[in-house]
Write a protein that binds this ligand. Structure first.
Ligand code: ACO
Length: 434
């Protein structure tokens, strides 16, 4: 991997000039390293929403929003989605290289070893009211794992303890997600079958009835699920990954840290958009299928409505994940023989938005969430489970981001601010205030 090269940049402030290093990444991305800016000049930078701020160097994921490129550890998302399975990609993200056969078998069997969750966790599930949102449950369940593994409370304890926590999270995640689904239906849970691969095991725990020993999952569905999880596996410094890094930087334990990442993902502007997309398409259908009316609504500046599944902070040309997913979507619907009217609405909406100057000028394209929900629905997941499935896929990425941050011993994340409130004023006793 090429070394990061450095040159200098001069900043002139109040008649003084200061030199700061310029950092160039291995893909040519440039940054001004202002980590000494406040110490040397007294100034801080202001960048609400971090639109121009690199929070870290990282060698996990590269994306080029203008060209629609996404690569993990140098491998293109197209190759990974087509040729690898989810656990291979998880290994790649966590360890930096694709596993050879023995390494994969070892990793796979360690994951299979940790799939069960403590039986007492079911008591927590029982306390959730029927209809409570699966993401709220997932946050609580992941966070409560810390109560069962107290040795994991100190993230610096030992490499072994750290590795075990990372494996446990990856291994227990499908079990927890399937339990959430079963709880929603009021059905008994199906325990993990460790003779099954990661994705098949998840589908089995989710869709098999306890009494049905003949349940078989369709290989097309297993393949689609693998692809979906791979496409969600990491996306560099997005809102939830940045949350994981920020919370983890205080040396909170990994379970609590990941639970915070899941909370960030829940928001409709981030992972929660996949649920919102389907709900939006349903609303358009219920409203008579007048797509143009909804496009106009999204353009109306007096209306807060946005086309969910459109736009991305970084991708300003196309989202490569959406391209791959669109094809998978057709495969799954053909294979399952599903003719979903919601898909017709999605296609019309995409056509209409992509030819509309409002969306063209603002570079708003369908993102990964636009098509994923249609596939999840075809497979049989209820809409409220969609963001949980996103979290299932994102787990290796969050862990890899955390691991990189902890292994580099990065300082606690603590942004500055520009205070715009009152200057000092005298305190007036309560009885004398107007
Ligand atoms: N529908 C209509 N208008 C939009 C949309 C949209 N989906 N997205 C952005 N715009 C408009 C904004 O109103 C703004 O217009 P203006 O310049 O006239 O004020 C312009 O496009 C730029 O939008 P910003 O909000 O500044 O872009 P930002 O990078 O902050 O936001 C985001 C990106 C949050 C993804 C936004 O596009 C959005 O809200 N999309 C819908 C939600 C969504 O699909 N989220 C999933 C993202 S992918 C992921 O997290 C996995």
């Amino acid at each position: 991997m090429p070394d990061i090269k450095a040159q200098n940049c001069t900043i002139n402030l109040e008649g003084n000039s200061y030199e700061f290093p310029v950092i160039i990444g291995s893909e040519g991305e440039k940054a001004i390293d202002i980590s000494k800016l406040r110490d040397t000049t007294g100034y801080v930078t202001l960048d609400v929403g971090y639109k121009n701020t690199g929070a870290t160097k990282s060698n996990i994921t590269f994306l080029d929003g203008e060209l629609g490129v996404l690569r993990h550890r140098g491998y293109s998302i197209e190759d990974l989605a087509e040729k690898a399975n989810f656990l291979e990609v998880a290994y790649l993200l966590l360890k930096g290289e694709l596993p050879n056969k023995d390494q994969f078998d070892d990793f796979d069997s360690s994951i299979r070893h940790h799939t069960l969750v403590n039986e007492d966790l079911q008591n927590i599930f029982k306390s959730f009211p029927t209809g409570s949102h699966p993401m709220g449950q997932l946050i609580a369940m992941i966070s409560s794992l810390s109560a069962y593994y107290p040795k994991a409370l100190d993230p610096n304890r030992s490499v072994d303890a750290k590795n075990r926590t990372m494996l446990r999270l990856l291994a227990k995640m499908p079990t927890l997600c399937a339990m959430i689904y079963k709880k929603r239906l009021g059905h008994p849970v199906v325990y993990p079958s460790n003779n099954l691969d990661y994705v098949s095991n998840f589908l089995n725990m989710t869709f098999r009835h306890v009494s049905d020993s003949d349940y078989q999952h369709d290989p097309v569905v297993v393949d689609a699920m693998n692809k979906l999880l791979i496409l969600h596996a990491d996306h560099e410094q997005n809102c939830s990954a940045s949350t994981v890094r920020l919370v983890g930087s205080s040396h909170a334990n990994l379970y609590a840290t990941i639970a915070a990442g899941v909370a960030a993902l829940w928001g409709p502007l981030h992972g929660g958009a996949n649920q919102e997309v389907l709900e939006m398409l349903e609303s358009i259908k219920a409203d008579g299928g007048n797509v143009q009316k909804w496009v106009d609504k999204a353009k109306d500046k007096n209306d807060s409505f946005r086309l969910m599944g459109f736009g991305h902070r970084v991708y300003k040309n196309f989202d490569p994940r959406a391209k791959i997913i669109k094809k998978t979507c057709d495969d799954v619907l053909n294979r399952l023989g599903i003719n979903d009217p919601v898909l017709d609405i999605a296609k019309k909406l995409e056509e209409s938005a992509l030819t509309d100057p409002y969306f063209i000028e603002r570079k708003l394209y369908p993102n990964v969430d636009f098509y994923s929900g249609i596939i999840y629905r075809a497979i049989g997941f209820p809409t409220e489970m969609f963001t949980v499935l996103f979290a299932l896929g994102r787990m290796p990425g969050w862990i890899a981001q955390w691991q990189e941050m902890i292994s580099e011993n990065q300082p606690i994340g603590r942004p500055r601010q520009i205070y715009t409130g009152h200057t000092p004023r005298p305190f007036i006793p309560r009885g004398e205030r107007h």
